[in-house]
Design a protein. Structure first.
Length: 136
């Protein structure tokens, strides 16, 4: 049992940033879906609910990525926030465009397309965060 625990620790240490990114991404998704469901209880407009849940989820993602994933020590927090939200807006736009291509042009099922696109967005957000937002 100890060997297994030591092995898991070794793997975690080696891939800490990626593992933490996946955990934060999962929590961000949970927050996005939960806040959307909550807003829909009070706001009878899915676009407004989507926008509000996106703001909450991306705000959480910024804080969690800054502290737990990339362990940022940058003093220019405002610039970092602007870059983070800008990159997330870009990936949101990319997601919409790729969904359009897959669903409307290639006639791929929207749920299958959504899953495919989520992997693309996940990688895009990680790369943007690593080389643009939280660069050392």
């Amino acid at each position: 049992m100890k060997k297994m625990i030591d092995f898991i620790k070794k793997i975690y240490i080696k891939y800490k940033e990626v593992v933490n990114y996946l955990i934060v991404g999962g929590l961000t998704t949970l927050i996005s879906v939960s806040s959307y469901a909550l807003f829909r209880q009070f706001i009878n407009n899915y676009m407004i609910s989507t926008s509000l849940s996106w703001i909450i989820a991306v705000s959480f993602a910024y804080i969690a990525n800054r502290i737990f994933v990339f362990e940022s020590k940058n003093k220019g927090v405002l610039l970092e926030i602007i870059k983070f939200f800008g990159c997330r807006l870009f990936s949101l736009g990319s997601e919409i465009i790729v969904m359009y291509i897959l669903v409307d042009l290639l006639k791929i099922n929207d749920m299958i397309s959504k899953v495919i696109v989520q992997f693309v967005v996940l990688m895009l957000n990680y790369v943007f965060s690593k080389i643009i937002v939280f660069k050392k």
